[in-house]
Design a protein around this ligand. Structure first.
Ligand code: NAP
Length: 307
């Protein structure tokens, strides 16, 4: 079993960091958890609920830490990296949990001093809730945690981080930075944008048809609203920083949509049937891979959405 880190510093104390803190405690994977977040309110909650110590600045929080986790929105990573860089312990491991990897590597990498080990990461786990009260110890259980090590990554530091994340319940995989951003554009980012759009359309319709859209939302729409309730800051940053991959997938999506639109217009039932048969097989594959439940109604209430 991987040895626990001594001091772990969590920068940003929202859903992901608070879940990590609960999971680290449950697994006994650190001797001290130190935290920092922007607002005094969040810092006070974290002090009460899951941090051994909370600091007013990120610079203070990382001092003496063996592992530093950047768990802030992607757009906030560069300023935090610049602030903490002079205060990092030599040989500390620095990772992040940002939903986009290329932009984080660019924003964080140049600030970090030689001797520290920067290993970008991304847990494919989340819910539509945010903030320091939303975390829970089992969030990462049986979920993927992707690491995107850079060319010169120290293998011992990587193995240790990997073991630590596995102790939190995650299945760890490694991927190239660019590949990560393209894959996530397909499985997470573009679906979120579509959910936001669909809920926006319904909101517009609601004004036309009073409350009916909400009242009869039991079918697919309710799942869209759950995804579209995700944190606006986080998702703004995702789209601003994974622009190329999302625009690529969105272009492909639009082409398929036009194709289906045409099939509907032309009454081409065979084309629709074949298309839906293929997509149904993808759903079966996800269940077989253990990434969702086969319970009817999407196992509502039991399963997190991923970011
Ligand atoms: P969250 O619940 O909204 O929490 C964000 C935290 O970052 C808050 O504690 C916030 O502090 C803090 N913060 C923001 N700007 C800061 C700054 N300049 N300095 C210090 N602290 C700052 O977000 P989250 O869901 O945990 O997401 C965190 C990261 O994980 C994001 O990069 C996101 O892309 C990634 N991620 C999210 C999910 C998901 O489903 N939610 C999944 C995987 C990865 P205050 O509370 O004081 O504002």
């Amino acid at each position: 079993m991987t040895a626990p880190y001594g001091r772990v510093a969590l920068i940003g104390l929202g859903l992901i960091a608070s879940s990590m803190a609960h999971a680290i405690r449950a697994a006994g994977m650190a001797t001290e958890i130190v935290g920092h977040a922007k607002s005094p309110e969040t810092r006070a909650i974290a002090r009460d609920l899951f941090c051994d110590r909370v600091c007013d600045t990120a610079a203070e929080a990382v001092q003496g830490a063996d592992l530093v986790v950047l768990a802030v929105p992607v757009g906030a990573m560069a300023a935090i990296a610049a602030e903490i860089a002079p205060h990092l312990k030599p040989c500390a491991t620095v990772t992040d949990v940002g939903s986009v990897k290329g932009a984080v590597v660019e924003a964080v990498g140049p600030h970090l001093p030689a001797g520290t080990h920067f290993i970008p990461g991304h847990p494919l786990a989340g819910t539509e809730y945010s903030g320091p009260r939303s975390g829970f110890a089992t969030l990462f259980k049986n979920r993927w945690w992707l690491l995107t090590p850079l060319g010169d990554t120290d293998t011992a530091a990587l193995a240790r981080l990997r073991g630590f994340l596995e102790a939190l319940g995650a299945n760890v995989d490694e991927m190239e930075v660019e590949r990560h951003d393209l894959v996530l554009a397909v499985v997470s980012h573009t679906p979120h944008l579509i959910a936001y759009t669909m809920v926006g359309v319904a909101d517009h319709m609601r004004r036309v048809s009073q409350a009916e859209v909400i009242k009869y939302s039991a079918s697919g729409f309710r799942d869209f609203t759950r995804i579209a309730a995700s944190d606006p800051t986080m998702w703004r940053d995702v789209f601003l920083t994974n622009k190329d991959a999302v625009l690529d997938i969105l272009g492909r999506f639009t082409e398929e949509l036009f194709m289906l639109q045409r099939a509907i217009r032309m009454g081409d039932g065979q084309q629709l049937f074949d298309y839906f048969t293929r997509t149904r097989a993808i759903r079966r594959g996800i269940i077989e891979a253990g990434q969702d439940t086969a319970a009817p109604d999407f196992g509502r209430g039991a399963d997190p959405v991923k970011g």
